[in-house]
Ligand binder design. Sequence first.
Ligand code: ADP
Ligand code: ADP
Length: 231
Amino acid sequence: MAKVVLEDLIKEYRGDSKEPFRAVKKINLEIRDREFMVLVGPSGCGKSTSLRMIAGLEEITDGTISIGDRVVNNVLPKDRDIAMVFQNYALYPHMTVFDNMAFGLKLMKYPKAEIKKRVDDAADILGLQTMLDRKPKALSGGQRQRVAVGRAIVRKPKVFLFDEPLSNLDAKMRVQMRTEISKLHARLNATMIYVTHDQVEAMTMGDRICVMKDGNIMQVDEPLGLYNTPK
Ligand code: ADP
Ligand code: ADP
C-alpha cells in the first residue's frame, strides 16, 4: 500500500524580507494507492514545492506527509520509497545510459547482477536496449527523458514523482511520452504524482486531477468531473 497523504501542509519561504512568503497554504490531499494524480495549475501556484516536500527535497514548514502508513516528515529522501523524474533530466553527461540508470543502485550497494537485470528490464520497457552504451549527448530529448524515467524505475519505488517531465520536449514527443508514461503506470501498478501546467496533459493522464492556485487546492476530481464543472 502506498497512498500519499498531505495533512495541513504548509510551506513558507523566508527571503530577505521580514514577512515569510507562504507558497503552500495548509493543503489537504489524499492520493490513493496506485492512483495517477496530476497536480495542475499556473506557474507559481505551489505544485513543484508540494512535490518536492513529498520527495523530502524541501523542508516542511508545518503539517504532515505520510507515504504508505508512515509519517515521513523526518525521513530522508532515499528512505521514502519514492523516485523522482525531473524536467531537466538531470543525467550525468560523462556516464553512459547504463551507468546513469545504475548509479543510484550502485550507491546503495546492490549486487552487480541485480543492477544489470534491473537496468536491462527498464531498458526493455523504455525501448533503450540499443542505447545503453551511449552518452546522453548522443540521445534525443525524448530518449534522455526515457533514461531519466529508467533511473526511477530501477529503484522499484512504490511512488513515482514527476516534475513537469515533458516540458522540454517538442510537441510530437510530448504526446508520445504522455502515452508511454500512462502505459508505464498501468504496467508498474505504482502510485504516481505528476506535476504539470499543461491542462491537456492533466486531462489525458490523470485518474484524478488536483487543481492548485496561489498555494491552495481549488478542486480535486476525475477528468470528466472537472470538465463538467460550471465555471
Ligand atoms: P509551481 O511549481 O506551481 O510553478 P512553485 O512551487 O515552484 O510553483 O513555487 C510556488 C511559489 O513559491 C512561487 O511564488 C515561487 O516564486 C516561490 N518559490 C519557489 N521556490 C522558492 C525559493 N526557493 N525561495 C523563495 N520562493 C520560492
Ligand atoms: P543524484 O543522482 O541526484 O546525485 P544520488 O544518486 O547521488 O543522487 O543519490 C542521492 C540520494 O538520493 C541517494 O541516497 C539516492 O538513493 C537518492 N536518489 C537518487 N536518485 C533518486 C531519484 N530519482 N529519486 C529519489 N531519490 C533518488
